[in-house]
Ligand binder design. Structure first.
Ligand SMILES: [Zn+2]
Length: 336
């Protein structure tokens, strides 16, 4: 059964996945410390209703998204879409596989913009915009998700979109590729004058097999009138009902995500199963750059280093420069 629940699609007849599986330790640790900065403030809260009907994940990712938008020098619709996509990556990871990496891609046809968002098990997120200035007319939009499974294999899903709406894409992907029925809202709001990210976050309500028809009906009615997620931050003034306005100081220790959770599950007994911090962070390092270079054929490397014996590589995500000298590759290179 499909219910039209406001702007979301919910299905009460789908199968739920098992919750997060633990994974073997990340094999990437051997590659050395990655370039990472702590920005603090971003948070996730996960909860389960006591009747086993819903799992809810609420996220504030404002500072992570602000850092991505700043490093990518993005403005306008692409900044907003990438921000929402990064929130989506964190929501998918927290729902499907908290201990594994998730990467989401939104692209327009083969030639248009490509937005990439990544969420890592350590709570870091990063993003990237390729060809943001292209606007191929009439090209279809595609949403792709890739996540590592505990076995080390990849789970990949691709869905086509009528329009580049991240919340709709996430609901469609979760249902069609992960067999998870959900309701999702994401937001990334940017000050049009200063281009600063004002707020970014979202929630995902997962329908679990224990869900009763009556509880589903309550949640469906609630979500159809639920305020847009962007209104949950202090200072956001466009809440639907005046008596719902949240004042500074009303936020508990779990901040904006906690407040979202309380309103989503109002009147339904629930348990917070996990809460933690999220932050911006890039995975690049000199060791990784060397490793990717060392995989190139010898002739190609010779050409790359022919002028000065040194090469500057820039990380597409964080825009950090790495200078590599020819001699640094000695011992790493594959025989060819
Ligand atoms: Zn980087």
């Amino acid at each position: 059964m499909l219910l039209n629940c406001g702007r979301f699609l919910m299905s009460s007849s789908s199968i739920s996945r098992p919750s997060a599986l633990l994974s073997p330790a990340e094999g990437e640790a051997a590659l050395g410390h990655s370039h990472q900065e702590l920005t603090g403030g971003d948070a996730v809260v996960r909860a389960l209703t006591d009747d086993g009907g819903f799992r809810v994940i609420c996220i504030d990712l404002t500072q992570t998204v602000a850092e991505v938008v700043r490093r990518q020098a993005l403005t306008g619709v692409h900044a907003r879409a990438l921000g929402e996509l990064i929130v989506g990556a964190a929501l998918v990871r927290e729902t499907m596989s908290p201990k594994e990496r998730v990467q989401l891609l939104l692209r327009q046809g083969e030639q248009g913009v490509r937005l990439v968002a990544e969420s890592q098990p350590d709570g870091t997120g990063r993003g990237l915009a390729l060809a943001p200035d292209t606007h191929p007319s009439g090209s279809a939009w595609f949403f792709e998700a890739e996540r590592t499974l505990p076995t080390g294999h990849m789970h990949r899903g691709v869905i086509d979109l009528e329009r580049p709406d991240i919340a709709e894409a996430l609901v469609g992907y979760m249902l069609r590729s992960e067999q998870v029925a959900s309701a999702v809202d994401v937001a990334c709001e940017i000050d049009p004058t200063s281009a600063q990210v004002l707020r970014a976050g979202g929630y995902l309500v997962q329908l679990l097999p224990e869900l009763s028809e009556s509880t589903l009906a309550i949640m469906t009615a609630r979500l159809s009138e639920f305020p847009r997620v962007g209104t949950f931050w202090p200072g956001a003034a466009d809440r639907v009902a005046p008596d719902e306005v949240i004042l500074d100081g009303e936020y508990g220790p779990q901040g904006v995500p906690g407040r979202m959770l309380e309103e989503l599950l109002y009147g339904m007994p629930f348990t917070v199963t996990e809460h933690g911090s999220l932050r911006w962070g890039c995975r690049c390092s000199e060791a990784r750059m060397l490793l990717s270079l060392s995989a190139l054929p010898r002739a190609e490397l010779h050409e790359l280093f022919s002028d000065t014996g040194a090469l500057t590589l820039t990380c597409d995500y964080c825009r950090t420069d790495y200078t590599v000298h020819r001699g640094m590759l000695d011992g790493l290179q594959q025989p060819s």
